[in-house]
Ligand binder design. Structure first.
Ligand SMILES: C[S@@+](CC[C@H](N)C(=O)[O-])C[C@H]1O[C@@H](n2cnc3c(N)ncnc32)[C@H](O)[C@@H]1O
Length: 277
């Protein structure tokens, strides 16, 4: 793993909604990971996905409604730990779940998830991860077969195991996330999770009680048929990675399979939907 990353540190004023729009635009052009801070945002892209004109078509940077400045830096693989120590603040969900790096103190909540995210998405900072943890908190996962599609750091699969799920498949298309999920699964002493590198094409002859997919609108729409072929009739589907305004198009797709929205969680315009039949 000798990936070299480029980081952009953006100073943004006023921060919202500019930060959210910037994350969406940067995500479209290959940026993989984002850390918000008080002044704005740090965004990371692999050098192999980067070119010197990469920001030319990012519309928000030319908006006269916001002031956005940035600095670029090349980050060698070896510096990741110190990068994360600087930028990863521990978080808590509903006073029940802590998501922290190994170097943070354990706040002794009911569930303690230790993640060394390096460059994988899923520190719990992101609204979508946070909301998926909230949905999972509500579910009885005892001995449920769970799929975590687009597992990132493996955080949701790990939390599912902590809540009693068994067995769990965690899949990510990205090699870095695959490797990082394996590391985090071990770090949290999980023994019921199998991690795979790949996409929906791996889901042949699979059946799950709960499918978790926090990816993005277009991939969810594209792969929904495969997911729905794998979900048991009395199963639960948790979807996130899209905005409030995308609910209609997502729901039009999922309702083809007679699943209905059971609960919606919203944070800063991002949503996480819980579906059941
Ligand atoms: C928004 S992150 C979610 C990570 C983690 N599950 C969480 O909730 O924090 C989406 C993840 O989906 C992965 N991904 C993107 N396209 C995918 C696909 N077609 N199949 C599987 N994973 C995919 C990305 O590599 C990324 O790690």
């Amino acid at each position: 793993m000798d990936n070299i990353y480029i980081s952009y540190t953006f100073k943004i004023h006023p921060k919202e909604p500019a930060t959210e729009i910037l994350v969406a635009e940067l995500g479209e052009i290959g940026f993989e990971s984002f850390v918000e801070n008080e002044e704005g945002l740090i965004a990371y892209i692999q050098q192999t996905d980067w070119n010197e004109n990469i920001l030319n078509d990012v519309f928000i940077l030319n908006s006269d409604q916001f002031s956005i400045s940035f600095e670029m830096e090349v980050i060698e693989q070896t510096n990741w730990n110190s990068e994360w120590e600087k930028n990863f603040n521990p978080i808590q969900v509903d006073n029940l779940v802590s998501i922290r790096a190994p170097f943070h103190e354990n706040p002794n909540l009911k569930y303690d998830i230790v993640i060394e995210p390096k460059m994988s998405f899923g520190t719990g900072h992101h609204e979508t991860t946070h909301m998926m943890v909230q949905h999972l908190l509500d579910l009885d996962l005892t001995n449920k077969k769970v799929l975590d599609m687009g597992c990132g750091t493996g955080i949701l699969a790990i939390f599912a195991e902590m809540k009693g799920a068994n067995p769990i498949d965690a899949i990510d298309i990205d090699n870095w996330c695959y490797q990082n999920s394996i590391e985090n699964v071990e770090r949290n002493n999980c023994s019921n999770i199998d991690v795979y590198e790949g996409d929906a094409s791996l889901l042949i002859n699979k059946k799950y009680d709960v499918i978790i997919a926090n990816i993005n609108r277009n991939i969810l729409l594209n792969d929904m048929q495969v997911y729905m072929n794998c979900i048991n009739d009395n199963g639960t589907l948790l979807l996130s990675g899209f905005y409030q305004e995308d609910i209609t198009i997502i729901d039009a797709e999922v309702s083809k399979y007679q699943f209905k929205i059971d609960k919606i969680i919203e944070r800063n315009n991002w949503v996480a939907l819980k579906y059941q039949k």
